[in-house]
Design a protein around this ligand. Structure first.
Ligand code: FAD
Length: 352
């Protein structure tokens, strides 16, 4: 097949690699000069590496291995936990994407940088993959339904601190989102905050307070972006156009994690049964993530803290990373609270 890919983010470069590896004739267009200019926390859950052609120990882009988390609520310490069997990596995303893209180019892919795609001659290609990220106007303009697709803002910067461990994620929750400090190699950190608020100033103020706690000195500007926060599109294909990654809403609503799903989508976007593969692997997880997000929004601060303190850390990690709704047995202590038990029952019984 002759394939055009719009955007060289995780979904685009991975699609370029795997499609060319399977012998397709691929062109990829990126509007920016450099890769990964969109701000990101750069944390990749281990599962994400199942979809790329190298292992974490075979790439120089991995800066930190993480398997612990410290959780705060509005900067008040709640718990620390080992996250295993879940673990992950913080990468230099620009190097990570470049590595995949360079190997794709070695496979014969044609890469065009500084090429903003607004229209494309659909007759010239058998398949067009819209991997253009959260703005996602190409597939939308060409008739794909973006019903229910909504964005949330997030900001990110870099800093240094001697008060963080290099195998630990630091997270401070608030009613509508969370701030993070992720290790970024020795003494460096990737910091940011995302949430369902309208005010960038509110996000910045919350982030600054959390950074103060760890004596983080910023070494970059704070930059803003957004992520699709309310689950994946129902359809991923319209004629010879498919969507992958953020442009398909493939982000875990409760955590904002999207690289794992973008890499997955890139690996399969050019297959005939792409929609079926995605439905079987991640569709339900991401839509359950929407239910969990709504449940989080519906809880008071006290209820949220109670739930976090009552559930065991492994269950909390499963909720956050894999959108697993805990069994009634695990939640039994929470049912003693009348208000909370009503909300839990509606979470368990609701279908999207
Ligand atoms: C602040 C922030 C922090 C985040 N942190 C994490 C995290 O720690 N871990 C995680 O898993 N996820 C995180 N995410 C989500 C993650 O960044 C995205 O889900 C992921 O990058 C999506 O990959 P993608 O390839 O679909 O899109 P993108 O990464 O957005 O890539 C799209 C590419 O297309 C290019 N492009 C756009 N339009 C055009 C056009 N018309 N023509 C040509 N090129 C075009 C863009 O320049 C870009 O390079 C975060 C998001 C934000 C906003």
């Amino acid at each position: 097949m002759k394939i055009a890919i719009i955007g060289a983010g995780p979904s685009g470069v991975n699609a370029a690699y795997w499609a060319s590896y399977e012998g397709h004739d691929v062109e990829i267009f990126e509007m920016k000069e450099k890769l990964a200019t969109k701000p990101c926390g750069e944390a990749i859950f281990n599962e994400g590496f199942n979809y790329v052609h190298f292992k974490p120990n075979e790439t120089k882009s991995v800066l930190s291995y993480v398997e612990n988390v410290h959780v705060y609520y509005e900067d008040e310490f709640l718990l620390e936990a080992n996250t295993k069997p879940y673990y992950g990596y913080i990468v230099n995303k620009s190097n990570f994407l470049e590595e995949i893209l360079n190997d794709a180019i070695d496979n014969g892919v044609k890469f065009y940088k500084k090429r903003f795609v607004e229209v494309i001659d659909a007759n010239k290609y058998d398949l067009i993959i819209d991997a253009a990220g959260y703005i996602a106007f190409f597939a939308r303009r060409n008739g794909l339904s973006y019903n229910g697709y909504k964005l949330a803002p997030a900001i990110r910067g870099y800093g240094i601190s001697n008060d963080i461990r290099d195998d630990t994620l630091y997270i401070s929750l608030f009613k509508y989102g969370y701030a993070w400090i992720f290790p970024y190699g020795k003494n460096k950190c990737n910091v940011g905050i995302g949430g369902h608020v309208n005010s960038k100033l509110d996000l910045e103020n919350r982030l600054q307070k959390f950074l103060k706690k760890f004596n983080v000195k910023l070494t970059s500007k704070i930059e803003g972006a957004a992520f699709p926060a309310f689950g994946p599109l129902k359809r991923l294909r319209q004629n010879n156009i498919v969507v992958a990654g953020d442009s398909a809403g493939m982000v875990m609503p409760i955590s904002g994690e999207g690289i794992r799903f973008a890499l997955f989508a890139g690996k399969f976007a050019f297959k005939n049964d792409y929609e079926k593969i995605f439905k079987e692997r991640y569709y339900n997880k991401l839509t359950t993530g929407v239910r969990l997000l709504n449940f989080w929004f519906g809880m008071s601060k006290e209820e949220l803290i109670k739930a976090i303190n009552t559930l065991d850390p492994k269950t909390l990690v499963e909720i956050f990373i894999d959108a697993k709704i805990p069994s009634i047995l695990k939640m039994i202590k929470l049912f003693k609270d009348i208000n909370l038990s009503k909300k839990l029952i509606s979470l368990i019984t609701s279908n999207q």
